[in-house]
Write a protein that binds this ligand. Structure first.
Ligand SMILES: Nc1ncnc2c1ncn2[C@@H]1O[C@H](COP(=O)(O)OP(=O)(O)OP(=O)(O)O)[C@@H](O)[C@H]1O
Ligand SMILES: [Mg+2]
Length: 310
């Protein structure tokens, strides 16, 4: 089943004295499969939060439609299947972690017993059982994000929408959140989260969507987006004459001799082809071509350099 589907979803805001139109989201067609971790990435102001707010029903789209687990988002009954962690959440400072979760459980109409059972399970999951009676104003940022995730899970939702769950956290805090997200996937949940932190997205996601100025510019698995790029070629040197090596050196200086073999590093597909032609022409023997995948960061920086505004 499709967990999230949007069709032609658009949102315009009118701001300021002149009521100038701001197009925050433009004709978004997005599909998130059930059971996957989907990373929603894009620069500040791209429209990530706007999308998540529309899906949770906090704001309405100007046009277009959206469905969650096959049901129209206008159907309030879907709310019980959604858990939401807002961006930079602000919680009730004077409630303890336990009281806070209790409060949210009651909002969902859960019974006392039910809430207490769920609460124990969630406090364990997010590693906050030892501080369950501490007021939230004493929590660190990382602890607040984790109690926020526990809050999003109180109603045992099928779909989790997390807006920047790792922002502002140190590496240990981020690692903890990543661990929780992976555990949730194991438990069969679908997770759609927005982030700026590309390495985290890369490590966690089955698929990503890249949003730029309210438009979805790329969507797919990391393998399909980050097209494998050959970065090194390994060849036998025994059949290689000195002048062949000299010829290859005009293309790349990165040549290492190792035993009988020669390792040649190239930085583009084009140069790979050129080196291969020289090797063939001089009867060299090719042992292997090792493709090195680009990182998501390299991919986005390259796009930026090609003039695609991010
Ligand atoms: N309530 C609002 N009124 C007017 N404009 C808004 C409102 N909310 C968002 N916008 C505008 O919509 C655009 C998208 O904002 P949004 O918050 O969705 O971006 P984002 O991708 O979440 O960015 P960030 O990475 O900074 O969180 C921005 O230009 C923003 O200024
Ligand atoms: Mg945002």
């Amino acid at each position: 089943m499709i967990a999230v589907k949007t069709q032609g979803l658009s949102k315009e805001f009118r701001t300021g004295f002149t009521m100038k139109k701001v197009s925050a989201l433009h004709n978004l067609n997005l599909e998130v499969e059930e059971g996957e971790i989907f990373g929603y990435i894009g620069p500040n102001g791209a429209g990530k939060t706007t999308t998540l707010k529309i899906l949770t029903g906090l704001i309405y789209p100007t046009s277009g439609n959206a469905w969650i687990l096959g049901r129209d988002i206008r159907d309030v009954a879907i709310k019980k299947d959604i858990g939401f962690l807002p961006e930079g959440p602000y919680f009730y400072d004077y409630l303890t972690a336990k009281e806070f979760l209790y409060f949210y459980g009651q909002l969902f109409g859960m019974r006392k017993r039910e809430i207490e059972e769920k609460m124990d399970e969630l406090l364990n999951l997010v590693g906050l059982r030892h501080v369950k009676d501490i007021q939230l104003r004493r929590f660190s940022k990382g602890m607040l994000q984790r109690i926020g995730i526990a809050q999003a899970l109180i109603n045992d939702p099928k779909l989790l929408l997390l807006d920047e769950p790792m922002s502002g956290l140190d590496p240990i805090g981020r690692a903890k959140i990543k661990e929780i997200i992976l555990q949730l996937k194991e438990d069969g949940k679908t997770i759609l989260f927005s982030s700026h932190i590309l390495s985290d997205v890369e490590m966690l996601c089955d698929r990503v969507g890249i949003l730029t100025n309210g438009k979805l510019t790329d969507v797919g698995s990391l393998d399909s987006l980050l097209i494998p790029e050959v970065k090194s070629i390994e060849i036998v040197t025994s059949h290689m004459e000195e002048n062949t090596i000299e010829e290859i050196k005009t293309i790349t200086e990165k040549i290492t001799l190792r035993d009988e073999k020669m390792l040649i590093m190239v930085d583009s597909e084009e140069n790979k082809e050129r080196v291969l032609r020289i090797i063939n022409r001089n009867n060299g023997r090719l042992i292997s071509l090792t493709p090195g995948r680009k990182t998501l960061e390299e991919y986005l920086v390259e796009k930026l350099n090609r003039g695609v505004a991010l």
